[in-house]
Design a protein around this ligand. Structure first.
Ligand code: FES
Length: 134
């Protein structure tokens, strides 16, 4: 019983009052839960993620995009077709060079096959000058 109460309080503390102000729609957006190992991790500097483009963080297998000014999104860089690593986003499209699949940089949805499933997404926020997984 006491343990349950504690656990609940910790959950609230971790997920509750995050600094989700600013113009960050990423904060309220749905999507896959972050892998535990990525939670709290600074993925990239916001300044390194161009509007309409993005940054591929190869060692974390994550791609960060800025589909519109001040809105940051993060997705798994593993293509949902056969698992190749996608390329650096351009023109709001995340492409996979292996077989030509394309994903929308704002939602991760597959817009061109052969992939049909969306890229797994991570919720992120801007903290200081970095993009952080929440
Ligand atoms: S693995 Fe990406 S399109 Fe086939």
């Amino acid at each position: 019983m006491a343990e349950n109460g504690l656990g609940r309080r910790e959950l609230l503390g971790a997920g509750g009052v995050a600094a989700c102000g600013l113009a960050l729609t990423a904060c309220g957006a749905g999507g896959a839960q972050a892998q535990p190992s990525l939670k709290g991790k600074v993925l990239a500097k916001a300044a390194d993620v161009p509007v309409g483009g993005g940054k591929l963080i190869k060692d974390l297998k994550v791609v960060v995009t800025q589909p519109s000014e001040g809105v940051y999104k993060a997705f798994s860089a593993s293509c949902t077709h056969k698992g190749c690593q996608v390329s650096t986003p351009k023109d709001n499209v995340i492409r996979c060079a292996c077989h030509g699949s394309e994903f929308a940089a704002d939602t991760g949805q597959a817009t061109k096959g052969p992939a049909t499933a969306p890229l797994a997404s991570f919720q992120v926020k801007v903290e200081g000058d970095g993009i952080v997984v929440v």
